[in-house]
Design a protein around this ligand. Structure first.
Ligand code: ZN
Length: 540
């Protein structure tokens, strides 16, 4: 999501709210690290089975957690955030004791956990979950009404974590292989979650249960529940892997507007299959689901609340005009199907893997339909949102993301890297190759860095250190005297050696500066750096 932009729009500093908070608690570590009570078992399957009662703003149900034993142990950590309460945990029909430590719950297993064996346990829970006040920036349940007074309910939980509304292993490194989501709701309403609808069960008591099956690995925050007075329409998209079902769920009275506005969805699919490769979840289909908040990249059920208009709530974030050519939420959140849902960070410190590529995706969507110059103008335009307040990568193992610069500084880092690689066919192969090599995986920054270095044939370690782990913008310092150009990089990490494309009195030239002075014979005395590079210059 676009947390940073929201803060920008309401003129509150990202840093003060999200914080480069260096004091972390034990709860932060229990939430953000791969604890011994998490490490010994590998998730295989969840069946989340809950009733949602909008009239009391409460939920009740259970999650069946299936796992494979990697290393025998007798204590297993499950996360669930107060005020929700675990009421009972069972395994093989036996009730187990639970040691509650804040939002982390340590279950004492009785039966033998043999290495390689498949096990499951049922975690029963209930209560009134935390209500989202500013969804999706804080997270929890949004209990709203539509314009006709019908309940309009949705979950969102990136950052805060899925354990705000259901019990699970709330760390991103481990994903289930598949999941069944069963949600019981009042009969007058429809419920939409991830994956494909398996069936609707009528309980003959004024409630229905919707069973949604996700046939792919899914990260915790991608799981969602949406309840409303929905109508449905759909289309078949002829994509790289065959026919993809694209389904749309919107409030009844928004149907006609949605039929117009959602034409951006197949456009999105065409552009991103071109750049990133096949949509990663053909088996689960693609959905756009209207919600009572701005939007979120829920896997195979992207949620939408952008008011059926182009731009970001009607505004162009780039200031170039190109941002009004598309619906920001459809394009940005759907790009996350490749970078966030297909390739997922292991630790939220590496959230740039989701947001930098997705913010960049906006510009190559523009490029696909309006040309290379337009795409470049868009991404360069978004520089106005860069803060350079803190590194893009956050601290590890405490569930803390880095600077909001992960969006548009990250996008401009990628745009700059493309200039260095200077081969658009290879650049597209790298973007597609990432999605193929890390298909349905959780990854670290190092894995992404190494992949791009290896496939481009360039050692990019100093480059990534500069843009991801430092706040300084590389500055080309130079002096021109008697047809001689002296130049070097300053304001950089050691070893920074990116070549840079410049024009000298209008004539193209590639310079290969390092942090030491270099000299070149030139004709002319006006040096201009190619604006596609996110760097600065300083003339002496
Ligand atoms: Zn995003």
């Amino acid at each position: 999501m676009n947390k940073f932009l929201f803060f920008l729009l309401i003129f509150v500093s990202f840093q003060t709210l999200n914080g480069q908070n260096n004091s972390f608690t034990k709860q932060d570590s229990l939430r953000g690290s791969i604890t011994p009570e998490r490490a010994w078992w590998d998730l295989t399957y969840y069946h989340l089975d809950i009733s949602v009662d909008p009239s009391t703003k409460s939920i009740k149900g259970k999650n069946s957690v299936h796992y494979k034993v990697l290393k025998p142990n007798s204590v297993l950590q499950i996360d669930l955030q107060a005020p929700l309460m675990i009421t009972k945990v069972t395994q093989n029909g036996e009730e187990l004791s639970v040691d509650h430590q804040g939002n982390a719950h340590f279950i004492k297993l009785k039966s033998d956990q043999k290495k390689g064996s498949l096990q499951s346990l049922d975690v029963y829970y209930e209560g009134q979950p935390k209500e989202a006040k500013r969804a999706p920036w804080d997270g929890g349940f949004s209990w709203k009404k539509d314009d006709n007074g019908n309940d309009f309910v949705a979950t969102s939980c990136q950052g805060l974590g899925a354990s705000v509304w259901w019990p699970n292993k709330d760390h991103m490194y481990d994903e289930v292989d598949s999941m069944l989501i069963s949600v019981r709701v009042p009969k007058a309403l429809m419920e939409v979650s991830n994956g494909q609808l398996r069936g609707v069960e009528d309980h003959k008591d004024g409630t229905n249960t919707y069973h949604w099956f996700v046939n792919n690995p899914i990260n915790n925050y991608g799981v969602n529940v949406n309840i409303g007075d929905y109508v449905h329409f759909s289309e078949d998209y002829n994509g790289e892997k065959g026919i993809l079902k694209m389904d749309y769920y919107v409030l009844k009275y928004n149907l006609e507007k949605a039929k117009q506005q959602f034409k951006d969805a197949p456009r999105m699919m065409e552009a991103f299959e071109h750049w990133f490769g096949p949509y990663p979840f053909y088996e689960d289909g693609y959905k756009l689901v209207e919600v009572p908040y701005l939007g979120m990249e829920h896997q195979s059920s992207v949620t939408y609340g952008n008011g059926f208009e182009n731009g970001y709530l009607g505004r162009d974030l780039s200031g170039t005009g190109w941002g009004l050519k598309f619906d920001f939420i459809i394009i940005h959140e759907s790009a996350h199907e490749w970078f966030a849902n297909n390739i997922t960070y292991k630790d939220i410190a590496d959230m740039w893997i989701h947001e930098s590529f997705t913010a960049y995706a906006e510009s190559i969507f523009v490029e696909y339909f309006y040309g290379k110059k337009a795409g470049a103008e868009y991404v360069i335009g978004t520089r106005r949102g860069i803060q350079n307040d803190a590194p893009i990568i956050g601290p590890y193992d405490v569930n803390q993301s880095g600077s909001g610069d992960m969006y548009y500084k990250g996008a401009n880092m990628l745009h700059t890297l493309r200039q260095w690689i200077n081969n658009d066919i290879q650049w597209r192969q790298i973007l597609r190759g990432l999605n193929e090599s890390f298909y349905h995986q959780t990854v670290t920054t190092e894995e992404i860095e190494n992949y791009i270095s290896k496939t481009s044939g360039i050692d990019l370690s100093a480059f990534f250190n500069q843009y991801l782990r430092d706040v300084r913008i590389p500055t080309l310092e130079y002096r021109i005297k008697d047809q001689q150009l002296k130049y070097r990089w300053i304001n950089t990490v050691s070893g920074f050696n990116m070549p840079v494309h410049v024009a000298i009195n209008g004539k193209d030239l590639w310079l290969t500066p390092t942090t030491d002075w270099s000299t070149a014979q030139i004709e002319g005395n006006e040096l201009q750096i190619d604006v596609d590079f996110y760097v600065k210059s300083k003339k002496l």
